[in-house]
Design a binder for this molecule. Structure first.
Ligand code: HEM
Length: 403
């Protein structure tokens, strides 16, 4: 006989009051006895099996529509931002199908030489000093040229993209009243720019993502200009801060485990494993959330329509039922049929995963080679735990100077 959610007595945890390590051990203790808990703002599942089951069940819809952007006045709301993330059903499947060819591993591979060039250029500016503030010197500037190159936007416009992304990300600063004008202006300018770029590509296609999007066709169906604009902006927004923070998280982790850093420098062929393992141990996106689109019975519990459930990707990544010795960071760990969860799962699984993997796989071994004997010269400052895309705010690194 199923029990209604409100009749259950569940342990309550204020995860935002804990640092990541404390949160991990608290969740580990709870996970043994409880598959469902209450956290600061919603119910939450923390076992790998339940996180995957909910993310793969189409009755659970994306809860990102509940993000702060919805507090903007309706007329100013950047509905296009991340809207593929909030779409469901046939419209969502159709867009994913049309866009998929532009996000294959092969499409990401064509940018690998450019990724190496960008990272090398950034490291050149500080390699001889043996010190850097890694977030500002590498993570912040790294993804924008790559997204611009992917889209086919010329180099002289990189700065524009960087400024637009910064202003649009103000949505997450919890100061909408002051930031609203900048957010709206950046969205409007970006949209005008992208529309012009689309018009250019319609006239003359090139070897870039936008041309791939325009060419994408299935049974006579194509993306409309509005959809092209939305997808392009989704790529810019979903593909910059995530990559920045993940690179910073991964390198912060290596700075605590210099043996693993030296191993990666010696064996760059471990890059793919190093990326998956560092994303498992310290993922920049530690969770997402779903809302019940109807009354849903799961594991003998009835979740009334409208219930929000946080699916903890970070906790699933530490589930002993799936990963042996999960608290150990080991870049030689064998790939498993149960992948790390930081890219999500189900219909909203990260569309840019191949690109993000390529960016990190190119960056990490190159950095390990050029920044040997890695350590921190001051304490790492972390962003506040209630930020959706999380990582170090400052990562002061020291290393043996190189050329
Ligand atoms: C390490 C970097 C990245 C991480 C950790 C990450 C993580 C995620 C996660 C967890 C989701 C699913 C959210 C949910 O289910 O609610 C997602 C979706 C998405 N990501 Fe990423 N992402 C990264 C990089 C990128 C890049 C580089 C791009 C684009 C070039 C991108 C584009 C997208 C898009 C378009 C979606 C929406 C897919 C959909 O709703 O169907 N991401 N990402």
């Amino acid at each position: 006989m199923a029990t209604r959610l409100e009749d259950l007595e569940l342990p309550e945890v204020d995860l935002f009051g804990l640092d990541r390590r404390e949160a991990r051990s608290t969740l580990k203790e709870l996970r043994g006895d409880h598959w469902l808990i209450k956290n600061t703002f919603a119910h939450a599942v923390t076992r790998y099996e339940d996180v995957v089951a909910i993310l793969r069940d189409r009755r659970w819809h994306s809860a990102l529509a509940y993000m702060p952007q919805t507090t903007l006045p309706e007329a100013d709301r950047p509905a296009r931002i991340g809207s593929i993330l909030t779409m469901e059903g046939p419209n969502h499947s159709r867009l994913r199908r049309l866009a998929a060819p532009a996000f294959t591993p092969k499409a990401a591979d064509r940018l690998r030489p450019f990724m190496r060039e960008v990272i090398n250029g950034l490291v050149d500016t500080f390699a001889a000093t043996g010190r850097c503030e890694f977030v500002e010197d590498v993570c912040e500037p790294y993804p924008i040229p790559i997204i611009c190159e992917l889209l086919g936007a010329p180099k002289q416009d990189w700065k524009l993209f960087s400024n637009w992304a910064t202003d649009i990300f103000r949505i997450f600063n919890n100061d909408i009243a002051n930031d609203s004008a900048k957010i709206v202006a950046a969205g409007t300018e970006l949209e005008a720019y992208v529309r012009a770029l689309i018009a250019e590509r319609r006239d003359a296609s090139r070897d870039d993502l936008l041309s791939d999007f325009i060419a994408a066709e299935e049974d006579g169906d194509r993306m409309s200009t509005d959809e092209l604009v939305m997808m392009t902006e989704a790529v810019l927004m979903a593909g910059t801060d995530t990559t920045r923070n993940q690179l910073a998280c991964s390198v912060a982790l290596f700075s605590e485990q210099p043996d693993q850093w030296a191993l990666l420098a010696d064996q760059p062929e471990l890059a793919a494993r190093a990326v998956e393992e560092s994303m498992r141990v310290l993922g920049a996106v530690s969770g997402t959330a779903r809302v019940a689109s109807e009354d849903i019975e799961y594991r003998d519990v009835i979740f009334p329509a409208g219930t929000i459930v946080a699916t903890s990707l970070g906790a699933a990544n530490y589930d002993e039922a799936v990963f042996d010795d999960p608290f150990t960071f080991d870049i030689t760990r064998e790939p498993s049929s149960s992948p790390q969860m930081t890219f999500g799962s189900g219909i909203h699984f990260c569309m840019g995963a191949n690109l993000a993997r390529a960016e990190l796989q190119e960056a990490l071994p190159l950095l390990a080679r050029r920044m040997p004997d890695l350590s921190t010269y001051a304490t790492i400052e972390w962003k506040s735990a209630n930020i959706g895309i999380w990582g170090p705010a400052k990562l002061p690194l020291a290393f043996t100077p190189s050329q």
